[in-house]
Design a binder for this molecule. Structure first.
Ligand code: HEC
Ligand code: HEC
Ligand code: HEC
Length: 446
């Protein structure tokens, strides 16, 4: 009985808080004019209390010290700051990043923030209609799109002769120490550009294995940086990685490979023609491979056709899946033309992914994520958000290849990134949508 009246009291308080908040935010002053848009955005976020939770050192109310409530709040504020640290972004650059802007879009579009349960403390938190409209149009303008995802380019600019050379290098096993492995061994172009589905991690030279799953090379050009932990800036820098990796292609240095390739007179001549003055060097080798990789885009998927106006290109279920994808904040991280690849995010916002993982998989430094590259403690367990183009072709999933099916990948995302459980019908729709992301490329045979 006592519990019931307590619940009712809480509900009344919540309702009251909601009313007061709605009234309060209506009285926010109008957005000051004569400032830069960035400054206007900052003012809106500050006066709406957004920074209270979205900072590393949040100001918490007195009752956050109470046992049960305190613990719940701690978890939420921790999640809030790990989801997006607005204060740090504004302090560092004075600008909101592409990735934060996209999340903001979601919060505005679906009125998710702040969480209702916090209205009781933050009476003035929340955005009024004018503020929401301002933020929406600011985001659409900066992003160049009202939607969080947009079609892939139909074509890219590239040098056909150099890309042709790059293609042969991509398939050339002489790039590996014992002549057994080419890039194409681990990035099977006919089949999604990643490893075979039965391989959790790639097998390299002498049957040695690494610790991570090979991502697709299709659309890799869209990645903000390369590798799960972002240690290569771009495709050209990336190409050096596998060649000089002891468990992938086995050489010690690019010079060693270049020396071996010099035995191939035809190849040397071709490099001389295409790179006058420089010829075959480590730099030109990686440049040619990267040029080929730039051709590996996959436009014209059913989803692209739909975005471009062919409303029948997706079934009802697939369209529902796209709506669910946006509404459930998947597009908060998987955004842009390739649905991801643009940012690094914690894999364990709501749950301890690594302690839940199959204990047969040993924890290695590759599981540290971005920290392995930046050496910053706060980057522990941040991984590059993978792009989702052609995702139905590239099982198994996640950096450790520990997840076999798309259904399970979607469920794990909801659990660890969003702290919620999706219904079977939501999962079904999202997976149906993910299947519409397979596009076209002359190398892809599906
Ligand atoms: C009292 C804490 C709190 C306040 C205040 C708060 N947030 Fe959040 N926010 C969270 C938490 C916790 C999450 C993690 C995601 C979740 O649980 O929904 C989050 C997630 C988000 C996200 C990503 C999820 C989404 O819906 O797209 C955005 C963007 C966001 N907040 C923006 C804001 C803005 C803008 C404000 C100010 C109007 C604000 N937040 C105020 C706690 C807060
Ligand atoms: C032995 C298997 C193997 C070989 C051979 C191999 N790769 Fe990879 N590739 C991987 C793995 C595994 C990763 C992920 C490594 C990481 O992120 O730490 C990767 C990552 C990449 C990425 C980054 C994609 C992304 O989303 O970050 C590109 C691009 C790539 N490889 C291209 C190449 C090229 C070009 C070659 C040949 C020069 C090559 N790979 C040879 C297994 C291989
Ligand atoms: C907070 C950011 C974030 C949100 C929200 C998010 N993801 Fe992810 N997603 C990631 C990261 C980071 C990874 C890589 C995890 C890893 O490899 O260990 C990932 C991986 C994936 C993968 C596997 C990709 C691959 O190549 O292995 C799929 C599929 C996926 N997400 C779908 C979704 C769906 C569907 C949703 C919504 C229910 C969602 N994600 C929400 C950040 C996010």
């Amino acid at each position: 009985m006592k519990q019931r009246s307590l619940k009712i009291l809480l509900l009344i308080l919540l309702a009251l808080a909601e009313v007061v908040a709605v009234v309060r935010i209506c009285f926010h002053e109008s957005i000051p004019q004569g400032l830069s848009q960035n400054e206007q955005v900052r003012i809106i976020l500050e006066r709406s209390d957004c920074l209270v939770c979205h900072s590393q050192d949040p100001e918490l109310p007195f009752y956050s010290k109470f046992p049960v409530i305190g613990k719940m709040m701690d978890a939420h504020v921790r999640a809030g700051s790990r989801f997006i640290d607005l204060e740090a972004e504004l302090a560092e650059t004075g600008q909101i990043s592409e990735s934060a802007m996209n999340k903001l879009d979601h919060a505005v579009r679906y009125s998710t923030m702040p969480k209702h349960s916090y209205r009781m403390v933050h009476w003035s938190s929340g955005l009024n209609r004018e503020e929401k409209a301002f933020l929406s149009s600011w985001i659409a303008e900066k992003r160049g799109s009202a939607e969080p995802v947009w079609p892939l380019a139909d074509a890219v600019d590239y040098d056909a002769a150099i890309a042709g050379l790059g293609e042969r290098l991509f398939n050339n096993a002489q790039l590996s120490l014992d002549g057994s492995i080419s890039c194409a061994t681990c990035h099977v172009l006919e089949d999604g550009g990643a490893d075979h589905a039965d391989e959790r991690v790639s097998e390299g030279i002498y049957g040695l294995t690494g610790n991570v799953n090979s991502p697709t090379v299709y659309n890799a050009e869209y990645n903000v940086r390369q590798f799960w932990n972002g240690r290569a800036a771009d495709l050209q820098e990336q190409a050096e990685g596998p060649i000089t990796n002891p468990v992938e292609m086995g050489d010690q240095s690019l010079e060693q490979v270049v020396e071996r390739l010099h035995k191939d007179k035809e190849l040397v001549q071709e490099f001389k023609t295409l790179y006058p003055g420089e010829g075959l060097t480590g730099r030109t080798l990686c440049h040619a491979i990267a040029e080929f990789e730039r051709t590996l885009i996959t436009p014209d998927s059913p989803f692209d056709l739909y975005l471009k106006g062919d409303l029948d290109a997706l079934s009802k279920l697939e369209k529902k899946g796209y709506d669910e994808f946006k509404e459930n904040a998947c597009a908060d991280c998987h955004f842009g033309a390739a649905l991801g690849g643009r940012s690094f995010e914690y894999l364990d916002i709501y749950g301890d992914y690594f302690s839940d993982r199959d204990p047969a998989i040993e924890y290695t430094s590759d599981d540290d994520g971005l920290k392995g590259f930046t050496l910053k403690e706060e980057d522990l367990h941040k991984f590059k958000v993978p792009l989702l183009r052609n995702i139905s072709l590239t099982a198994p999933y996640f950096h450790d290849g520990s997840i076999q099916t798309l259904d399970d990948a979607v469920r794990a995302m909801a659990k660890y990134e969003l702290g919620k459980k999706l219904s079977d019908s939501e999962v079904e729709a999202i997976v149906a949508f993910l299947h519409t992301l397979t596009g076209k490329n002359p190398h892809l045979q599906i």
